[in-house]
Design a protein around this ligand. Sequence first.
Ligand SMILES: Cc1cc2nc3c(=O)[nH]c(=O)nc-3n(C[C@H](O)[C@H](O)[C@H](O)COP(=O)(O)OP(=O)(O)OC[C@H]3O[C@@H](n4cnc5c(N)ncnc54)[C@H](O)[C@@H]3O)c2cc1C
Length: 271
Amino acid sequence: MLIVACIKQVPDTTQVQIDPVTNTLVREGIPFIVNPYDTHALEEALRLKDRFGCTVVAISMGPPNAEATLRKALALGADRAILLSDRVFGGADTLATSHVLSAAINKLHTEVDEVGLVLCGKQTIDGDTAQVGPGIASRLGYQQLTLVGHIENLDLSAKRIRVSRKLEGRHEIVEAPLPAMLTVVRELNRPRYPKVPMRLAAIEATVELWDNQTLKLNEQKIGLKGSPTWVSKIFSPERVQGEILGDGYADPEGTAKLLIEKLLAKDMLPI
Ligand SMILES: Cc1cc2nc3c(=O)[nH]c(=O)nc-3n(C[C@H](O)[C@H](O)[C@H](O)COP(=O)(O)OP(=O)(O)OC[C@H]3O[C@@H](n4cnc5c(N)ncnc54)[C@H](O)[C@@H]3O)c2cc1C
């Protein structure tokens, strides 16, 4: 069984600035990282490989330099890494992105082995739409389990999965048949670090390139031409004034309580 981990290369947002004239992200000279949620998706795929011996395929749609992202996945233990890259894929919105990703997953399913799970991050830190995972699931007709914080049970012979979804202030246990697409949250696991020999091996390893000659998709449905959405404006919201709670010197316990109540009300503390 194949487990596909979808990983996207994103600009390191701690260093991202917005061009005040064009209202677009300044990408020049910005270091790129693997989308943080996707590191948890990949880690879970690797843990399932360790437990069940599944094959892990990491895929990413992006420019040629996204190869570096996939090399990191190989260093961590992915069996295959596929870069979906072609000029005609460029400028894609979530609809066109999920079209290309699902076509690649379908190709793996029909030509290599049955796909049991597709793991995605809950969202990216640049586009932030959280639409691509569900887009892949609906195109492929897979079950979609979003915001997964824990895999409670995976029964490969019965082809069923039970997960815990992290919702606001509560958790929900959901069971579904495979194949399924999961979007994952940070609480799912703690990603491993690559070991030095794996890192060295990954330098030499092959990142496969699939362009549109490989996928043969209708050009009206991919890239800019296949994207009905566009971003008309980007701006940073004005910062709201900070709030000082209680008196931390006179009443540290009461102040800590107030702070915890505030954080809980905003769902900013794990329960
Ligand atoms: C600042 C900004 C704003 C944008 N706003 C919009 C918008 O409002 N509407 C719109 O349609 N598009 C928008 N886009 C374009 C959008 O980023 C792309 O379509 C992108 O490829 C996927 O959307 P996302 O980043 O929101 O992913 P999300 O849907 O947030 O990603 C969820 C998960 O899907 C997987 N995934 C997503 N993209 C890829 C990929 N290229 N390769 C492999 N796995 C992937 C990852 O596992 C990821 O964690 C925006 C882009 C930027 C940079």
